[in-house]
Structures are given as C-alpha cells and as structure tokens.
Ligand binder design. Structure first.
Ligand code: GTP
Ligand code: MG
Length: 171
C-alpha cells in the first residue's frame, strides 16, 4: 500500500569527509545553509525521499566525539558512512573506524544496510569508487547489504542515487 515509512539513519565518517554538506543537499531549499562549520557533537535533520521520511543523526567525525557514534547503533535502521576519497592518508583511519563499527555488538548481528559515499569525487586526487571500496575492505562485509556511490556534496552529484538505494534497502 501507500504506507508512509519512517527510517532513522546514522551518518558517520571522519571529520571533514563532508557528512553535513551531503545532508544539507537533501534538505528542503529553505532549510539549506550556505556556510557549514564542523559539527559539534551531533545534529538531527529530517528529509523525505521516495516516500520514506528520514531522521538523520549527523555525527561529528572529530576523534574526541567518535565514541558518541555507538550510542545510536542499536536504534538505527541504516548507516551512511562518508569518506573523503581524496584523503589517501586518512582513508586507513576511516577503514579502521568502519571495521570497528561493523564489529560492534549492536551492528554485527543486525541486518541493516550500509551506504558508503566516496565523497569529494571532484577533487583531482580522488580515488574511484572501486579504489575506495578496496581501501575500506568492503568486500569483507558479511551478512549486510552495502552500496557505494561516488559523490560531490558541493554540487549534489551522486547523492540522490545513494539515498534511493537506501530507501529500497531499508525494510
Ligand atoms: P565534521 O562535522 O567535522 O565531522 O565534518 P563533516 O564530515 O560534516 O564535513 P563538512 O560537511 O563540514 O565538510 C568539510 C569540508 O569539505 C567543507 O569545507 C566542505 O565544503 C568540503 N566538502 C564537502 N563535500 C565536498 C565535496 O564533495 N567536494 C569538495 N571539493 N569539498 C567538499
Ligand atoms: Mg559535520
């Protein structure tokens, strides 16, 4: 039927990867902001897409706040993990954080979808989606559906594709 669905998603990834910029693009035009500062703690945002009403927890990626991510694992219907595809040094740190998330008891045994945005695809040094996928070790993900999209959060490229996948993947 035309039941309106609701979903809660957790948006994580290292600081400066583009999480807040990416979410900003999904907000209604009158709610979008033109200057985005590093997130302190977290912010909650709402947007709708394909009949799904999303509540997104936009977490800070700064190391001192990363431990807060785990508080929301048990209640989330999906994960959005954002990576700066051009930050070839810190992609190893991103891999480490993603692997920790995947092995957490509140995530490990639950069949929740994981959407990875290989963001900043516009930058000259950016790895491709295949490159990011291999750097993060996505092939090792078992018993979860995952999907990777290259994105440019400044222009919006790739974002709708990713969210449409997530809308379908969230049961
Ligand atoms: P924290 O809140 O600190 O965890 O960071 P964040 O992941 O929310 O990153 P944020 O959205 O604040 O973006 C960080 C910087 O990257 C900003 O200067 C953005 O303008 C820039 N940025 C975000 N997405 C892109 C992108 O796709 N391409 C380029 N070139 N810059 C981007
Ligand atoms: Mg932010």
């Amino acid at each position: 039927g035309l039941r309106r669905r609701e979903a809660s998603v957790l948006v994580v990834g290292l600081d400066n990867s583009g999480k807040t910029s990416l979410l900003n693009f999904l907000l209604p035009t009158d709610e979008q902001s033109s200057d985005i500062a590093p997130t302190v703690g977290f912010n909650v945002e709402h947007f709708s897409r394909q009949g799904v009403s999303f509540t997104a927890f936009d977490m800070s990626g700064q190391s001192r706040y990363r431990t807060m991510w785990t508080n929301y694992y048990h209640s989330t219907n999906g994960i959005i993990f954002v990576v700066d595809s051009s930050d070839r040094t810190r992609i190893l740190v991103a891999r480490e954080e993603l692997q920790q998330l995947l092995s957490h008891r509140d995530i490990y045994s639950r069949n929740i979808p994981i959407l990875i945005f290989a963001n900043k695809m516009d930058l000259r040094d950016a790895l491709s989606d295949v490159g990011v996928s291999s750097a993060l070790g996505l092939d090792g993900i078992i018993n979860k559906s995952w999907h990777i999209c290259s994105s440019n959060a400044l222009k919006g490229d790739g974002i709708a594709d990713g969210i449409d996948w997530l809308s379908t993947a969230i049961k």
